[in-house]
Design a protein around this ligand. Structure first.
Ligand SMILES: [Zn+2]
Length: 189
């Protein structure tokens, strides 16, 4: 009896460890996405780059508020920018959730020169003078780990901020400093 309980506990621990790297990902239907008007596969898989963004918008701490902001990003990208879909591969809220944008397989529209070979991840909010909360930063790191474990991102990936790809304030000075402190950040992507 005691032995089978121990075995059960060990199996549960193993199962927890195997899934621990992947955060909760809210599907497109879960946040009410519109369909893309076109899709293009990433040309480099697994991707060698992760590009970090901020949305330069207000922030959110509940799933309903974050889903609403993600829908507003998609409307802006499709109706104003004329893009085929929301630009990012994933979007993260300070509710700790990850929202599926173009996902692991499709080329995004977020960082010129890197779209076909990166996963673009945007944290909802404006991070020029404050950091995203711990829930959002943990979700970002977990999502990247998850991508590596699924073979979607190379193990030796380079992590950069949007401003390294083009002239922009994105991902906000405070968040960019945090990106620079990460072990996969590079000054010369
Ligand atoms: Zn950006």
């Amino acid at each position: 009896m005691a032995r089978s309980l121990l075995l059960l506990a060990a199996l549960c621990a193993l199962a927890a460890a195997a899934s621990a790297a992947c955060p909760n990902i809210i599907s497109r239907s879960g946040w009410g996405a519109r369909n893309p008007t076109a899709t293009t596969q990433l040309s480099k898989k697994p991707t060698p780059y992760v590009v970090v963004h901020h949305g330069a918008s207000s922030s959110c701490t509940t799933q309903s508020a974050c889903a609403s902001i993600v829908r507003s990003y998609q409307n802006q990208h499709m109706d104003v920018n004329g893009w085929a879909d929301i630009g990012y591969n994933f979007i993260i809220g300070e509710d700790g959730n990850v929202y599926e944008g173009r996902g692991w397989e499709l080329t995004g529209a977020h960082a010129p020169g890197y779209n076909t070979q990166s996963i673009g991840i945007c944290i909802i909010g404006t991070f020029t003078s404050k950091l995203p909360n711990t829930a959002a930063l943990n979700a970002l790191n977990n999502l990247i780990e998850c991508g590596v474990s699924k073979g979607k991102i190379t193990a030796a990936y380079k992590e950069i901020g949007h401003r390294q790809a083009t002239a922009t304030e994105c991902p906000g000075t405070k968040l960019y400093q945090w990106v620079q402190s990460q072990s996969h950040w590079t000054s010369s992507p």
